[in-house]
Every structure is written in structure tokens, then in C-alpha cells.
Design a protein around this ligand. Sequence first.
Ligand code: C2E
Ligand code: CA
Ligand code: CA
Ligand code: CA
Length: 281
Amino acid sequence: AKKQGLGKYAFFQQGMHTHIVHIMRMESDLRKAFERNELCIYYQPIIALEKQHTVGLEALIRWQHPQRGLISPDEFIPLAEETGLIQELGRWVFSTACVQLYQWQQRYPQHANLGININVSPIQFKQPRLVREIQDIIERAGISPRSCRLEITESAMMYNPEETLKTLQELKELEVQLYIDDFGTGYSSLSYLQKFPIDALKIDKSFIRDLENDPRSHQIAQAIIALGEAFNLKTIAEGVETQQQLSILKMAGCHHVQGFLFSRPRPLSDIEQYLCAETKY
Ligand code: C2E
Ligand code: CA
Ligand code: CA
Ligand code: CA
């Protein structure tokens, strides 16, 4: 029995070792990628349903790998979170996107009120200087805090509700907008909507995908929009791909939409062409 136990232990150790080596290699790759400017930001338009004009852009990070091509954030954000690199990376996304927004607001008069949506990882909330940093970045970029929209998942809010509530209240005092991302997929209780200073709900794309064919998805989307109305929150549908989904959302009273139907996330030069082409509304 002792021998078996030892064998198991050795096996476990070896597995751990392989895992750690893998993580360390990926970590150093990602860090180097960051230093070599292989990370870039794509932007996806968010459109107001009523007048069908662009109200904002979501910043979505990409890794332009010299061999592997474009790597999706789902592959490397978790690693950046595990290693702590997310703090630096998050700061970089934030300041790059805010500076970019300022330039667009200046350059395109029809987009003077454009906003920027930035994803904030739950791990970034553990950083005590988060609020100060965000304030600094916004001031240095020269944008109005109101045009800055932080997308936070429910899990971030649930992780340490008391601390998070305090942080969100401080962010709210800066007058940045707070959006709940992937709404409906987490475990937040409705009482949090009342307690937390939230401005908008993003309906998760899993509900939008089946909008036409699955009555339950339809009901959930409708319920979220109704909830938004009751709490005076904006609702944004993500992952809108078809005209049919769009008309269902329109009828349900959803405010903003985002998805391949309008535009995929695009690199800087493409998105500038897009913004430039959009006429005054
Ligand atoms: P998310 O915040 O929920 O972003 C929405 C995702 O849906 C994006 O995937 C976007 O490209 C995709 N999408 C947009 N429209 C459609 C559509 O019509 N159909 C479908 N099927 N998908 C659509 P992406 O860019 O791969 O990003 C994945 C996730 O990575 C994001 O999910 C977000 O959680 C995370 N992420 C991206 N950039 C950042 C960042 O700068 N910081 C942090 N912390 N997380 C980020
Ligand atoms: Ca998001
Ligand atoms: Ca989302
Ligand atoms: Ca998501």
C-alpha cells in the first residue's frame, strides 16, 4: 500500500511539474508578446436600435502571434489572470482605448458623443489602486468619464461583494458608466441590481443566438429587458447576427445592439474607415 501511495505521489508530482512548465512557458511568451507589441485592440461597434447609429465601441484584445496568427482572448486572458499580467495588460488596454476614443471624438464631428466599452477582469478589482489609475488614465486621455463604460461580469461582483460595492461606488463617483457583462449567465441575485450602482445590462449572446427558435431564450431576453426598464438600466444585446433577432429585440424594447450583423470586431484602420463613413444622424 505504501509503495502504491508513493507511486501515486510521484505521478501527481510529475503531472504538476508538466503543468507548471507549460504555464511558465506560456507566461513568458505572453509577457514577451506584450513587450514586443504583439497585442493589439480590435473594436466592435455598439448601435442604438432606434436611430441605428453607433453609440460606442467595445475594445477587444487580440494576440497577433508571428507564427500562430491571431489568438483569441479566451485563450490568453485566463493565463494573464493566473499570472497577474492582467494588471499591466488591463492598464494598457484602458489607456490605449481611451486615447483612441479622444482622437475619434476630435476627428469625426458626428461622433463627438461616442463611448468606449472596456472589459475589466475580476482580478483587476483586487488591485487597491484601480480607481485612482482609471481616474488618471481618463484625465490624461482628455475624455469625459461619462464616455467610458466598464464591462464587469457578475462573477466579479459576487467575488467579494462588500469590497466590490465600495469600488463600484468610487467608480460611480468618477462618473464612469458601469455595465454588467454576460448578464443572465452568472449567479447574481436581483438584490444586487438594487444595491450596486449599475447603468446597463448586456444580455449574453447565448440568449440571442437562439432567440428565433427557442421560446425560453426569447422569454429570458424579454425578461432582462423588462428588468432593465424596472430598474432604469439600459439594455444591450450582444451577438446579434440576423435581421430576425434584430426585429425581435426591437419589439422587446432593447436599447443597443452589437454583433456580426452590423460589424465584426475590426482592427484600428478598418474601424476608422467605418467611423468615417458613418454620416451625421
Ligand atoms: P465578451 O466581453 O463577452 O465579448 C463579446 C465576444 O463576442 C467577443 O469575443 C466578440 O468578438 C464576440 N462577438 C461579437 N459579436 C458576435 C456575434 O455576432 N456572434 C458571435 N458568435 N460572437 C460575437 P472575443 O473578442 O473573442 O472576446 C472574448 C472574451 O475575452 C470577451 O468576451 C471578454 O470576456 C474577454 N476580453 C476581450 N478583451 C478583453 C480585455 O481587454 N480585457 C479583459 N479582461 N477581457 C477581455
Ligand atoms: Ca464585454
Ligand atoms: Ca459579453
Ligand atoms: Ca463573454
